[in-house]
Ligand binder design. Sequence first.
Ligand code: ADP
Ligand code: ADP
Ligand code: MG
Length: 666
Amino acid sequence: MFSKILIANRGEIAVRIIKTCRRLGVKTVVVYSEADADSLAVEMADEVVLIGPAPANQSYLVADKIIDACKQTGAEAIHPGFGFLSEKAEFAQRCADEGIVFIGPNPGAIQAMGDKIESKKFAAKAGVSCVPGHIGEIDDTAHAVRISEEIGYPVMIKASAGGGGKGIRVAWNRKDVEEGFPAVRAEAKGAFGDDRIFIEKFIESPRHIEIQVLGDKHGHVVHLFERECSIQRRNQKVIEEAPSPLLDEETRAAMGAQAVALAQAVNYDSAGTVEFVAGQDKSFYFLEMNTRLQVEHPVTELITGLDLVEQMMRVAAGEPLAFGQGELKINGWAVESRIYAEDPYRKFLPSIGRLVRYDPPAEGAHSAYTVRNDAGVREGDEISMFYDPMISKLCTWAPTRAGAIAGMGRALEDFHIQGLGHNVAFLAAVMDQERFQSGQLATSYIADEFPEGFAGTEPTAFQADAMTAAAVFMHRKQAARARKVGNGLAGPLTRTEWVVAVGKAKRQVTVAEADGALEIALAEEARSLRLTDVEWVPGRGPFKGVLGGEPFTVEVAPAGEGFVIRHRAAKERVLVLTPLSAELHDRLPEKQKADTSKLVISPMPGLVVSMDVAVGQTVREGEIVCVIEAMKMQNIIRAEREGVVKTVGPKAGDSVAADEVLVEFA
Ligand code: ADP
Ligand code: ADP
Ligand code: MG
């Protein structure tokens, strides 16, 4: 085994690799860009080397700088993680030439599999079932139309060098091909510097199922079963699991055998993944092979008990695999949710910024499930625009699929993030869907289930109960506090009859305290809620409790009146009212939504560089109102309509929060 390795990556995967190295007693060197100087990976590494400015093409992608760092620190091997240099055959070759071990497959295997056209040729030769199509380059639009009509619509136009969901377009007819072919070609040229395109049949509503393979330098290859990654948005994975609910033993063995055959055909000697699309009838077709560690590798680790980073290091060091196919088996079920800095309520727009609060669920064994959270961030860190907007990868494991999903729902409740938009509520919504629970997956799942985008869910009966109980509890605590400091009435503490409004629904309740529990009798429903084991610090986000034996966590934000409470994907305003004020509330005209048309609002947290308007000034549409610096970028904020400035909020030098009012028009 090596004594010191260099990690040519950043973020969660760098941290992930360090953890294995520490366990194996291997020293680590982490290279970092200026943007990552204060990162967790840099803090955890034994040695660090600064390799340049934030943009990856000036730091993480510069082979010379990585090789220099290796020589300077005496690292014997390089783990490339994923992305960046991980699938660059020239880089793997360069390492070999410099006498440094590349912890990944041999350059020939990367070369052969790195290109979708070439890899399909290999696959066809190795007896792997491929998507029907044209395994070869397309010359021009006329050729593209001819091939598409031979294959039969719909077809998929793909960049041979594509990756990360880029350079892919579906065409349903001739017009789509005529438009799509030049578009994909231009995108491929721009993104990959390679404009070779091919066309294959588009399998409608398929599932994405991939096989993890592992080979050594002695000709052994095994597979570590499958992962299903059908929950995707724009061809990018969001939720993954292992094993797949679709496969039976026979299909699993057939896919595994094909994946191993393909790996053997290219002398594969590391961890890699063979991706397939599968029909609901369990037919399956080869898509591509990823010659690196995969983002979603933790779910495989959770069901096999293997550490894939350790295995990659061992085989790179020349050790033979310590087990054969027959010794591997699937234990239980694992699910992974990718926690992204993106706002599901705003069409999943990236939402970079500072993690004002970052409080993940505790890792390790919980009552019925186990949590693993792979992250490269800490509270206070920034998610920058320079790299992947992933905050962490949350995994749960349980003996059964239902258990792992239930565990994920609970783990997502216990994940608290503030300061930027994130997709936790969206992921929870998927976990709570019957279709997801029943395993009826397809790559079109998100488009099918959220055709209008995501707007949260209506509270279920349990959620309305949890919100009611939490609100009553917090209302009483606030009253007790107010009385202590001398400005409150005893009313809220002695009164027992209340009306709780959860969104538009009102329920009459009778509240009583009894041996450490809050009893809330629901008048109309002739049943009562029993709240125990509350953990809540006023002012901080989450509220934990147990309702009728069922543990839950809700997130609470103060609202002008009452609270805004979120449980998973359901978010409601909750008010605790006296019967009289509830009646008055009914008679009040419904409050108008705040009129923001006269406001200019900061779209992000940042620093005001200049305030370019003054009170009384007439501003025309499109004119600059102010400049805000965020993520080392200057953002020009312009007026969306004409108006006369009535008030100006911050001045140059002030910092502003997201949604803070910058300027108000008369
Ligand atoms: P995977 O194919 O491993 O599931 P994805 O398809 O979600 O990964 O990721 C898209 C691509 O983005 C991957 O091929 C990977 O190369 C790249 N990528 C993902 N995360 C990072 C990262 N933190 N840094 C650099 N590149 C990344
Ligand atoms: P990338 O290199 O970007 O990961 P892939 O070829 O793996 O590209 O395709 C990404 C995703 O696009 C797949 O996971 C699948 O959802 C979808 N896809 C790719 N090819 C097809 C196809 N022929 N039919 C249907 N869906 C496909
Ligand atoms: Mg892929």
